[in-house]
Design a protein around this ligand. Sequence first.
Ligand SMILES: Nc1nc2c(ncn2[C@@H]2O[C@H](COP(=O)(O)OP(=O)(O)OP(=O)(O)O)[C@@H](O)[C@H]2O)c(=O)[nH]1
Ligand SMILES: [Mg+2]
Ligand SMILES: [Zn+2]
Length: 370
Amino acid sequence: MLAPTSGAIGSTTVKLSAWGWSPFFQERFEQLGDPSLVPARVVRVDRGAARLVTEAGERRATGTVVRSSGEDGSDGPPMWAVGDWCAVTPGHEADPVRVEAILPRRSHFLRKAAGRAVGAQLVAANIDLVFVVTDLAADFNTRRLERLMTLTWDGGARPVVVLNKADLCDQLDQHLLEVEAVAMGSPVLVTSALAGQGLDELRATIGAGATVAFIGSSGVGKSALINGLLGRQRLRTGSVRSRDGRGTHTTSSGQLIRLATGGILVDTPGMREVAMWAGEAALGATFSEIDELSVDCRFGDCTHQSEPGCAVRLAVEQGAVPAARLASFHKLRRELLSEARRRDEHLRRQHERKTYAHYRRCARLKRGMS
Ligand SMILES: Nc1nc2c(ncn2[C@@H]2O[C@H](COP(=O)(O)OP(=O)(O)OP(=O)(O)O)[C@@H](O)[C@H]2O)c(=O)[nH]1
Ligand SMILES: [Mg+2]
Ligand SMILES: [Zn+2]
């Protein structure tokens, strides 16, 4: 029997149970039946590259996953997300490890990506709770809360509503009534990261081995709350524009952070950032004035075509942005989208082929053993 929770490679020994390793994953890991592999959890994802924690310490991984676990609730190509448990080659500090397989996910938070075409995006995997964070000021919107709570339940995690920036709110009672009407019995916590209010309740909600993802719009204070729980300024927090109170997308990648009192926190980028795919990031860089204006669009995933409250089309109407500029933005966007669609389809096929080849191999091995 494989015993990945004891013994260490190299000098550092990390207890994986402190990172949420449990019999559920142990069992799936053993089912792979490959003693050359070790378990690892993805603690950070940055533009396709991942950092993973293994018993021997942190490791880098690049490239793609060799095979998939199947039955993981996601249809797309096997790509890791922050929170994933993987089976990897042991590797050393200096060279990246190879991710052989992603273990089946117990839960996930999937964000429906911007536009219809590019599928859903995995924000975090294997999370027990989702702190659906909103602020009691500019971001407050019960429809959005409802949507995020639905996505949480869909992914197999439990939502907790966190109403932050209580220090800025003078109609708390009214807001609480509105939130309780949509929370349907899920806990609702009121906090102020600034004043340190409600942090003990937050901490008490997080179980010892639980993984908790902080999800919500940019600027609501997800990173500030995590810093508050940690008791130090570990994460960068951003400014909020005074005009409309919206955030400026400070956190750009998901990451796992361990809490000394138990529990694993997942900081995630504000939703608009999450809704991007690689091509869109490039698009934003090329058309930076459109990208900046789009922060003012009513919908976080506005495509500046026919949505109401589009700040970009308004700027075109007012002559601040040439119409030809927006037209070429749309043209490039269409091209990038169809390219992304082709790539997704290609990866999906490739993934299927690999998975089936793997199962056929397993079946042959099993026949050979009996
Ligand atoms: N007044 C007040 N300001 C807060 C509170 N919590 C956070 N802020 C401020 O709000 C701004 C945004 O906070 P962040 O923690 O960066 O927000 P975020 O949700 O992580 O945003 P992204 O990383 O962009 O998704 C910062 O300037 C914080 O200081 C609060 O409780 N009260
Ligand atoms: Mg942040
Ligand atoms: Zn728009």
